[in-house]
Write a protein that binds this ligand. Structure first.
Ligand code: AMP
Length: 420
């Protein structure tokens, strides 16, 4: 072991488990690719101001959890704590909203950083796949994203998750509600911190997980009762479209989420097998964000699904992904000439798309066969001097144990046909 360890709150993805992460990312991306979303990649860090303005000055993410630093050149940067602000920044910078049809639909996959208290399912470095649909106000778009996330989870074999849905209103009705909620919160017995939060961002108090706070919120006014007619109609249509798609959800009038930019539709995916870090994904509409970061009005909607927690959810449900075996054929040469011949064959197999590996290093037959076993290969090809003198190799089916001699020049065709 080296003297170094992965930093606190992080972990390494290593084989074989890392294959699961790739498969999860792929499964989340597949429905997006299939629905007009183009891939976008942005830097791992941005100007700190982007997140302060975009995510919200008073949010935990910005006040406590950001990895912010000054460069030697004097720039104030932060490792990205989330994806939406960066993606919108990039879309505006490239004028994507002027170039083609709206909405601009984008998906992304990458690492995110938050200085949080680490625990199971909560890390300081984590991985998300996200989607953003920029520049259209249409309930069908909100519904599309919820349906695609549902499809992604189901394609992985998950079923023990729930979709929580709420509307946060818009700039017309939310301020009215905000004032009413503030009035209510001022009458409660809460600590200083919470009182301050109630003044800056009262909706966030609804999200407080502490029992002592939740107990007092029973009679809190609900946004649902304050929605203006336009927001009400919009939300109703989102609900109808999701329902028509056969996707079930629960109305959660207290769902507010931890970022300030949300308007109208907000949703969270929670998995019931994960304990306290149960949110596997979340998102919503952010009609005002573009203007908050200096762009034109561009009503938009998006989500981000956590890859780490999705993998934990698979484990919690006991779902075994059907991962293609990494190696189909393993070559075991006995002697120098066999090394040359089999190495060439391995290269040929790889060229036709068969996953093949080779016994490297000077190993005896026993050690080499152990490697072949561990590789998970369905077939091994073994060749010694006597085989090569006869122009054959031994092809062994590792499942049945059957072994047969086969001509050196027929290896590729034979394995192609056997592996279908
Ligand atoms: P958020 O941007 O906070 O809504 O996060 C979206 C999703 O990212 C969450 O539902 C989680 O699955 C995942 N996520 C957020 N923060 C963390 C973290 N610290 N560790 C692991 N996953 C996270």
């Amino acid at each position: 072991m080296s003297t170094f360890k992965a930093p606190k709150g992080t972990y390494d993805l290593i084989p074989p488990d890392s294959a699961k992460f790739l498969a999860v990312r792929e499964a989340i991306a597949a429905p997006l690719r299939n629905s007009g979303y183009g891939y976008i990649e942005t830097p791992g860090f941005e100007n700190v101001e982007l997140f302060a303005r975009g995510v919200g000055e008073s949010t935990d993410i910005v006040t406590k959890e950001m990895y912010a630093f000054e460069t030697k050149g004097g720039d104030s940067l932060a490792l990205r704590p989330e994806g939406t602000a960066s993606v919108l920044r990039a879309a505006l910078e490239a004028n994507l909203h002027k170039l083609g049809n709206l909405p601009v639909k984008l998906w992304y996959s990458g690492s995110y950083y938050r200085y949080e208290r680490p625990q199971k399912g909560r890390y300081r470095h984590f991985s998300q796949v996200g989607a953003e649909a920029i520049g259209a106000e249409d309930p069908a778009l909100d519904a599309e994203l919820i349906i695609l996330a549902d499809q992604a989870y189901r394609s992985l074999g998950l079923s023990d998750f729930r979709i929580l849905l709420n509307s946060l209103g818009d700039k017309e009705c939310r301020p009215v509600y905000r004032a009413a909620l503030q009035d209510f919160l001022r009458g409660l017995d809460i600590d200083e911190d919470t009182r301050r939060r109630a003044e800056i961002n009262p909706l966030r108090v609804l999200d407080d997980k502490r029992e002592s706070v939740q107990k007092q919120l029973g009679d809190a006014p609900l946004l649902r009762d304050y929605l203006c007619d336009a927001c009400k109609a919009y939300h109703e249509e989102v609900r109808e479209l999701i329902t028509a798609a056969g996707v079930s959800f629960e109305d959660d009038p207290k769902l507010v989420r931890g970022l300030d930019y949300y308007t109208r539709t907000t949703f969270e995916f929670v998995h019931d097998g994960l304990g306290s870090q149960s949110a596997v994904g979340g998102g919503g509409r952010y009609d005002g964000l573009s203007e908050m970061i200096g762009g034109p009005a561009l009503p938009s909607v998006g989500w981000a699904l956590g890859v780490d927690r999705t993998v934990l959810a698979l484990e919690a449900e006991g779902v075994e992904l059907e991962l293609p075996s990494t190696t189909s054929v393993f070559a075991v040469p006995l002697g120098e000439e066999a090394r040359r011949v089999l190495f060439t064959k391995v290269t040929e197999l790889r060229k036709v798309g068969i996953a093949a590996d080779f016994s490297y290093g000077a190993k005896g037959l026993k050690g080499a066969m152990k490697n072949a076993n561990r590789s998970g290969a369905r077939y091994t090809i073994v060749a010694g001097e006597r085989d090569l003198a006869e122009g054959v190799v031994q092809l062994k089916d590792m499942e049945s144990g059957e072994q047969s001699a086969i001509g050196v020049n027929e290896i590729v065709a034979e394995l192609e046909s056997r592996l279908g």
